[in-house]
Design a protein around this ligand. Structure first.
Ligand code: ATP
Ligand code: ZN
Length: 224
């Protein structure tokens, strides 16, 4: 299905959505978010915004369903590893890192436990939403572990007796503290990024992307 309009996938609701919409608006893309629509047409440019769960954005890009996407590197890398392991397309072009969505993916343990390095995690069960990224890190460290896959409530897993440690996104550390945990190791520092599918989009769409990127550069520099 070809369309002449540039399709950009962004998170519908969550930590990336407001800043993402603001960035597009500052780049001169006019649109009106209202209701529960999946697709929002820009009023002044040949651009359609696709409003989806952030988890879906890497796959939409890697399958070439949409042209551009804004996504956290944590999610992007996790999905990329997962798809590569299943021999599904996992390619994309990273156009630029953005100035929002900053967080770190960290391993956290009981606040009273001692931690001298990754070897202390040997044989432990680790609850996480990011099993591929945890495995990559643990493989690099030469440490084996057991996964406990959770899509939510990861931070309560140790207290609930489901896991010995967790690997989750952290920004202030307040959630860890509230759950009697402390940060032991940072395995990824993440920000939101703008990505493009690898397919050739044709001269017109590519020119529009280049124009958007130039504007984005200006918008982000002006804020610094
Ligand atoms: P969705 O309903 O779209 O699946 P979600 O609950 O998976 O939403 P959010 O909590 O909105 O996702 O987080 C989206 C992204 O925001 C994260 O993947 C991460 O890149 C970034 N982020 C920045 N700071 C944090 C934080 N403190 N905790 C979680 N995510 C953060
Ligand atoms: Zn999500």
């Amino acid at each position: 299905m070809q369309t002449q309009r540039l399709r950009i996938a962004i998170q519908k609701k969550g930590r990336l959505s407001k800043e993402c919409q603001d960035l597009l608006k500052r780049c001169g893309v006019k649109f009106n978010m209202m209701g529960e629509r999946l697709v929002v047409h820009s009023e002044n440019m040949p651009i359609d915004l696709l409003l989806v769960r952030d988890d879906d954005i890497p796959g939409l890009i890697m399958d070439g369903v949409v042209d551009l996407g804004v996504i956290g590197e944590n999610e992007l890398e996790e999905v990329g590893l997962e798809r590569a392991a299943r021999n599904e397309p996992s390619d994309y072009k990273k156009l630029r890192r953005l100035d929002f969505g900053g967080c770190r993916l960290s391993i956290a343990i009981d606040k009273d436990a001692t931690y001298n390095g990754p070897q202390d995690l040997q044989g432990k069960r680790i609850a996480t939403t990011y099993p591929q990224l945890v495995k990559r890190y643990m493989d690099e460290q030469g440490v084996t572990f057991s996964p406990c896959m959770l899509n939510g409530s990861v931070e309560v897993a140790p207290r609930a007796g489901l896991a010995d440690a967790i690997c989750d996104l952290v920004s202030t550390g307040a959630t860890l503290e509230a759950n009697g945990l402390k940060e032991a190791a940072v395995i990824l520092r993440s920000k939101a990024v703008l990505i493009q599918c690898t397919a050739d989009l044709g001269a017109e769409k590519q020119a529009l992307i280049d124009r958007l990127l130039t504007r984005m550069q200006g918008v982000i520099q002006a804020k610094e």
